[in-house]
Write a new protein. Structure first.
Lengths: 676, 214
């Protein structure tokens, strides 16, 4: 798939030839810059894509939260009958799948997309159109999964095998609805999104850094997100294999999980958890990165032990591959394997502990400002420690066999996922909101919603420790009276609704603060509202389309902070310059940017169609395949930069992205065809 | 990881004088283009895909019914050796195509492009033939675990080769339109990377799947 045409455009124009009208595939002109919905649909701007990831992630978070509320209503009283057992199976499965694959991963992707290029001082990601493709594939896959709720009947065809969908339980024999097909194909599609996103961001971090920004000068957030992308890169193909095997079993009568033919029921568990455990770190590391930016900023101290933070992150990334079987202690993998994975699981607590101590040491002796982001960040340290400690109790295999499949497990992973990840992300929202949108979120509403959320969270998941140790199994639809479960279940339900209230307060805050900002009642944040340290604060808020007015030469870690602050003769830290003096004002309009494109969204649209085709009618696959192929070919033959683009963004001065952006599709488009 | 710091890939303004300096446009932090790095990164990920499929095959290769034919009886080693040799030779021809393009020898480049694609097609054709023979001998996709995992693994590899052929033929068509010059040699090089990778994977599969049981 050669890409040849991009050479002609700018070069020929500059040599004085007439304007050419570029019509990729001979039919369409490119989308112009413009505004309105088109500027979002066809955008290749990493900031807009990041915001869309965030919005979609929040939307799915709310949907997943509604599922959770129904589960909690069902469990509020013994012998309740709001949800039937069949529906309950589907609701808890959808809750898990939506929260992990459609809320937590994309919210991490939102931070990656928006912040990585800014923090390394780049203009955009390495492959802007691939970035757009990644988002639309994710959204298409997510919506595909959600349609299982109502296609073929209300709550008839949603996946019902739990988020880890153990085979052979998810074979056609035991799960005859189409739910697992939706599960397998939907996750396959979102997996493509994660994979191409990972390739894109890895290349971005390795290849697009500002001059002087060596790896060990990158902000901790960028580092953690980089490790996450590496984990995604190697974990996604493994889950892809597992999902392929499951799909082939269900659709084409393959035998991978057919026990009658002698299949090994542990195969799925191994494949799933080899993906699944790195996945846990894929989820948590972005949040670790977020609070590693927030805590130093509001403690007015550099991060304590920067190299330790980085290397403990790398250690987590490596060791995350060697602990997967601790999810399988109860499945009979043998005493040697159990002992080995026990030990490795205890070990992986060490680098995490290093991080926690480093955050504490960063705060120690700092001049702490308890703003909303800082409140969230400190709560992550506390809540994640609780979740981490209950995690260590699982590493003791003997204890784990008692805890497996009880609410104790549910309590543990909600403390790490909600307490560690979601709270961190909310802190991140409050922290970067002024940078992204140019206005502050109200601190008053923010702080009160924080307290509602943390109290609600602890009320919900704290009692689950007790319930689990009392023997309440997870995933049961109801329980009878007199088992001692009544009180704590009611408390948990009340807590869950408090979390819902807090989330609603956050959403309300967004609109209330925006209206206050529009009415001019709140001050403009300026480039650097928090006196922060990394490069994204060195440009105007909201970030202009071209990010930075000029290339930033980086000399040290926390470059921006060092440009603002220095030491006088006596060694006291004094301000050298205001943020406004140092930061770029976004006035440079003569910057070349990649042009928007139709093709990513066209190619992405084909994948869910193929998905429906595989489930319902193979002819649809042809339609979907044509979308994908047409999209990819249109994409490949379209230059990165539109020679006809009007306005001020049309000069060729971009270098790498110009030369290579068009080309990347070759490589990467191939894998969409080949892998999937 | 050696880090070579060169000019920032994003120059700040766009005066045509500086932007015409095309020779400098290729640099980046690591000194390798984004595209090539992207392909390497993707291939790293693809290793895990085949790793998962090969592990599954290894787990299941001996799980057959009492009357089914196993890997030892099924495989025709001389035949597959020949088709493997054909595929390996295509790695040579793709290199010849790249060097020809580097010399701006478009005519030779096209010949080698076409021969690479044809060699790849012969390999895929051989695979289709092999599958048919196996099917006639009683090994269907759903017959037993050996059949399921064998066809899935080799099928995935065949799809990879086919995608490579499509990319090579797209390059060939571009050359027919006169759009292939030594300036976009890197594109061919990246396709070449993919092609070599697919060949290397086949060496692994051939050794593990075909030769080990013998």
């Amino acid at each position: 798939m050669a890409v040849v045409e991009e050479e002609q455009a700018p070069l020929e124009l500059e040599s004085g030839e007439d304007q050419i009208t570029e019509r990729p595939l001979g039919a369409f002109t490119r989308p112009g810059g413009g505004g309105g919905w088109r500027s979002w649909l066809f955008t290749v701007d990493h900031k807009k894509i990041g915001i869309m990831y965030g919005a979609a992630g929040l939307l799915f978070f709310i949907i997943g939260g509604i599922y959770a509320l129904f589960m909690r209503l069902q469990l509020a009283r013994p012998n309740n009958s709001i949800l039937s057992a069949e529906t309950y199976n589907q609701v808890f499965t959808m809750h898990g799948v939506v929260m992990i694959f459609l809320a937590a991963i994309p919210l991490g992707a939102a931070f990656s997309n928006y912040l990585i290029p800014l923090q390394i001082g780049a203009r955009d990601v390495a492959f802007p159109r691939l970035n757009a493709f990644s988002f639309w594939v994710f959204l298409g896959g997510g919506l595909f999964l959600l349609t299982s709720m109502f296609i073929g009947g209300w709550w008839e065809n949603a996946p019902d095998g739990g988020w880890f969908a153990y085979s052979p339980n998810t074979g056609v024999l035991f799960s005859p609805s189409k739910g697992i097909d939706f599960f397998a194909l939907g996750l396959q599609i979102t997996g493509i999104a994660s994979l191409v996103g990972a390739i894109n961001l890895i290349v971005t971090v390795l290849n697009m850094r500002s001059p002087g920004m060596t790896l060990m000068k990158m902000p901790v957030l960028t580092w953690m997100l980089f490790i996450v992308q590496l984990l995604l890169l190697f974990a996604m193909p493994v889950i892809s294999v597992a999902l392929f095997l499951l799909t082939f079993d269900r659709l084409f009568d393959a035998n991978f999980f057919n026990v009658a033919q002698g299949a090994d029921p542990l195969l799925w568990q191994h494949l799933f958890w080899i993906f699944g455990h790195p996945e846990v770190y894929i989820l948590i590391l972005p949040s670790f990165g977020v609070i590693s930016e927030i805590i130093p900023t509001f403690s007015r101290k550099p991060i304590f032990g920067y190299p330790f933070m980085i290397f403990s992150g790398i250690a987590i990334g490596f060791m995350g591959w060697g602990v997967w079987a601790h999810h399988m202690f109860a499945s009979g993998i043998g005493p040697v394997a159990v002992a080995a994975f026990s030990v490795s699981t205890m070990f992986i607590a060490v680098p995490t502990g290093v991080k926690i101590l480093n955050w504490l040491a960063t705060m120690w002796g700092g001049r702490i400002r308890f703003t909303t982001p800082m409140l969230y960040a400190t709560s992550v340290v506390a809540m994640f420690t609780i979740g981490g400690l209950s995690g260590v109790t699982h590493s003791l295999a003997a204890a784990d066999t008692q805890q497996t499949d009880t609410y104790y497990i549910v309590a543990h992973f909600h403390y790490v996922i909600f307490g560690g990840i979601i709270l961190g992300f909310f802190g991140g929202f409050y922290f970067w909101w002024p940078k992204m949108f140019g206005y502050f979120l109200s601190e008053k509403i923010g702080k009160s919603s924080f307290w509602v959320m943390v109290i609600g969270f602890n009320l919900t998941f704290g009692p689950m420790h007790i319930l689990g140790l009392q023997g309440m199994s997870r995933r049961i639809q109801t329980y009878s009276e007199g088992q001692g479960f009544d009180l704590w279940n009611l408390v948990a339900t009340i807590g869950a609704f408090l979390i819902a209230v807090a989330t609603a307060m956050f959403i309300a805050n967004v609109f209330i603060s925006w209206r206050a900002h529009r009415a001019g009642k709140t001050p403009a944040p300026g480039p650097d509202p928090w006196d922060a340290r990394s490069l994204e604060w060195m440009t105007a808020s909201p970030v202009p389309e071209h990010n930075f007015d000029e290339t930033i030469e980086v000399e040290r870690q926390d470059e921006f902070w060092h440009r603002k602050w220095g030491k006088d003769e006596t060694g006291r830290v004094v301000r050298r310059a205001t943020a406004e003096e140092v930061a770029h004002d976004g006035s440079n309009t003569n910057v070349h940017l990649p042009s928007p494109s139709y093709w990513p969204i066209v190619a992405a649209l084909g994948l869910p169609i193929i998905g429906y085709g595989l489930i319902y009618n193979l002819w649809l696959c042809v339609v979907g395949g044509l979308f994908v192929l047409g999209g990819l070919y249109g994409w490949v033959f379209e230059p990165v930069d539109d020679p006809n683009a009007d306005g001020h963004h049309d000069h060729e001065a971009h270098g790498t992205s110009e030369e290579t952006g068009a080309e990347e599709v070759d490589g990467n488009s191939s894998e969409e065809v080949s892998v999937d | 990881m050696e880090i070579v710091l060169r000019r920032f890939p994003l120059t700040e303004t766009a005066t045509t004088e500086t932007s015409n300096d095309h020779s400098e446009d290729h640099v980046s932090t690591l000194g390798v283009s984004n595209d090539k790095l992207g392909m390497w990164v993707f291939l790293g990920s693809d290793c895990l895909l085949f790793g998962g499929l090969i592990s599954t095959y290894m787990l299941y290769k001996d799980r057959i019914g009492p009357d089914d034919l196993g890997p030892e009886e099924m495989f025709d080693i001389p035949f597959t050796s020949v088709s493997s040799f054909v595929l390996l030779m295509s790695s040579l021809t793709v290199v010849l195509a790249i060097t020809a393009l580097r010399r701006n020898d478009i005519r030779r480049c096209r010949i080698w492009l076409l021969s690479t694609a044809i060699l790849g097609a012969i390999f895929v054709g051989g695979q289709v033939y092999e599958f048919t023979v196996f099917y006639r001998e009683g090994l269907g996709y759903t017959t037993n675990l050996f059949g399921t995992s064998f066809f899935t693994l080799t099928g995935f590899h065949g799809v990879h080769v086919s995608v490579g052929i499509i990319m090579l033929m797209s390059m060939y068509i571009q050359s027919m339109r006169g759009k292939l010059t030594s300036e976009n040699e890197e594109k061919l090089e990246i396709i070449g990377l993919y092609w070599h990778f697919v060949d290397v994977v086949w060496i692994v599969i051939f050794t593990i799947v075909y030769l080990f049981p013998q």
